[in-house]
Ligand binder design. Sequence first.
Ligand SMILES: Cc1ncc(C[n+]2csc(CCOP(=O)(O)OP(=O)(O)O)c2C)c(N)n1
Length: 568
Amino acid sequence: MPDALDRLCIDTIRFLSVDMVQKANSGHPGMPLGAAPMAYLLWTRRLKHNPRNPSWFDRDRFVLSAGHGSALLYSLLHLTGYDLSLDDIKQFRQWGSKTPGHPERGHTPGVEVTTGPLGQGMANAVGMAIAEAELAARYNRPDHALVDHRTFALVSDGDLMEGVASEAASLAGHLRLGKLTCLYDDNSITLAGGTEITFTEDRAARFAAYGWHTITVEDGNDLGAIGRAVDTAIAETERPSLILVHTHIGYGSPEQDTFKAHGSPLGAADVRKTKLKLGWPTEPDFLVPAEALAHFRSALARGEADESAWNRRCRAYAEAFPDLSKEFECRARAALPPGWDDGIPVFPADAKGLATREASGKIMNAVAARLPALIGGSADLDPSTKTALKGLGDFNPPPTPATAEAQGSDGGGWSYAGRNLHFGVREHAMGAIANGLAAHGGIIPFDATFFIFSDYMRPPLRLAALMRLHVIHVFTHDSVALGEDGPTHQPVEQLANLRAIPNLFVIRPADANETAAAWRVALEMRGAPIALVLTRQDLPTLDRTRYAAADGLRRGAYVLKDAPNAAP
Ligand SMILES: Cc1ncc(C[n+]2csc(CCOP(=O)(O)OP(=O)(O)O)c2C)c(N)n1
C-alpha cells in the first residue's frame, strides 16, 4: 500500500484533476480518480523523461490513449515540472488555453499525440515502438546504445473495444514489440453503462492470443503490485505487455463505480464529499502541498541527468561511428540529407507512357537508398501499389525458420532494421501506426493501399492533419480505370472527401514527371500529411519541351499550355 507521501502525491493528482473539471464545469473526473496511482507510479518511478526538454529524442514515450482523461495528463505535466503552470491548469477546457478538452500534440508541452478518438492512441503507441525498434536496430552497436527507450500507453475499455486497437495489437504481438507496455484502466465502466452490457470477452486471453504478455493487478491502489507489474513488463523483452489494472472509476466519490462518474463534473457538494472521504482539505481548490510538489519535481534533476548521460553517449558514438552518427543526427532533426534527390528520374516524353503508380515506385526506389528515414509499406498490396523498397529489408522480428522462408520478402533480410513494413490487411491501424512513426521522430513514414480503402483510414488521416504530422500516403487505383474489380473498388467521392480535410495535401499527378514533382513536395513537406493519388493505368508522359515544366505542380495548379489566342 502507498506510504503517506505516495498517498499525498496520488491525491494531489486526483484533486487537481477533479478541481479542473469542476471549475470548467466540463470534463471527465472518473478516470483520473481511479487511474491516479498507476499514473503516479509510472511518471515518478519508471518513465524516463526530462520535463525541461519534452522533445529529448531518447525519452520514453507516454500516450494517454484514453484522451478524455486529459486532466490526469495535465496534472502529471504540471506536477513533474513541464512548462504548464497552475494557471494553465485552472484554464482547463477554456478557449485559447494550453489545457484543451482532449490532449493536443504541438499545443501542450509533453503531449506526444492528439487523442480523444478512442483506440487511436494505442495504435500510435505501436507505431512509436516500431520506430524505436528500427532506429535501435540500425544505429545501436555493442556498448553504444544510442536509441534505448520504451513506449507506454494508458488505455481504457473504450480503447480496447475499438477495432483499430485490435488490428494494432495483433500486429504488435506478431512483431514482438517487447518495449511496448499498455496499462489498461480496467474499471468495467464506459460512458453510458457497465461493460457487462457490451464488453465481456476475456481481455487477458484475447491479448495473450495476439502474442502479448499479460499481467493482472487486482487492486489499482496497490502501488507495490503496480510497480512489480511494470517491472515484469519491462523485463519481458520478447512480447508487448498489457497490464490489466482493476480500478474504480470515480474512486472515493459518491458516484464511484458508476457511469455517472465518467464524464460529468462531480458538482460542488460531491467534490466536497470526495475530499472529505479521502482525507483531503476541502479548501483551497487546486491545492498542491509543498511536500508533494517537491517529490514530483525530483523528475527535473533525474531527467536532466538522464539526458546528459545520453548526450555523453552520443558524443562517444560520434567518435566511434562518425558516418552513422551524422546519419542519425540528420534523421533526428527531420532534415533531408544532402543529395537526397540526386537519383530522381526524368521520364522521357512517351505517348504510351506509364501508370503513375509505376512511376512512383521507380521514384521511391531511386531515393530510398539515400534517405534512410523513408520507411513504410502497404496493407498487403505492395505488388499493386508498387511501394516496396527493393532490397532494403523487411521489418520483422529477427529471423526464425518461419520468416527466413516466408513469402512476400522485398529483399535484404528480415529484421528490425528492415525498412519495408508489412502491415497486413489492416488499413485503419496502418494509418494510426504511421502517425505514431511520424510522432516518434526520426522516420518519414509512408503507407499505401487502394484509393478506395482510404475510407478505412479516415480517422488517422484526419488526426495526422490535426497533429501536423509528416506522413505520406500512397493511394493507387484511382479513377474509372481501376480495373475489372467493379463498383466496390471504384473511388468516386474519395478525392473530394480527402480534399475536404484541412491541412491534408492531396496531389493527383497527371503523368510520370508530375509524380516525381509530387514526391519532391511530399518529401520536402514539413508539418502536414500528403496523399498521392495514383493511377493503375498508363498515362502518356507529356513532352515538357512543348508543355510547361512539371514542377509547376508545386504551385497547386499551373498552365500546361495556353489556349490559342489566350482564349480557352
Ligand atoms: C471513437 C470514439 N467513439 C466514442 C467516443 C466518446 N467516448 C468518450 S469516452 C467513451 C467511453 C468511456 O469508457 P472508457 O473508455 O472505459 O473510459 P472510462 O469510462 O473508464 O473513463 C466514449 C464512448 C470517443 N471519444 N471516441
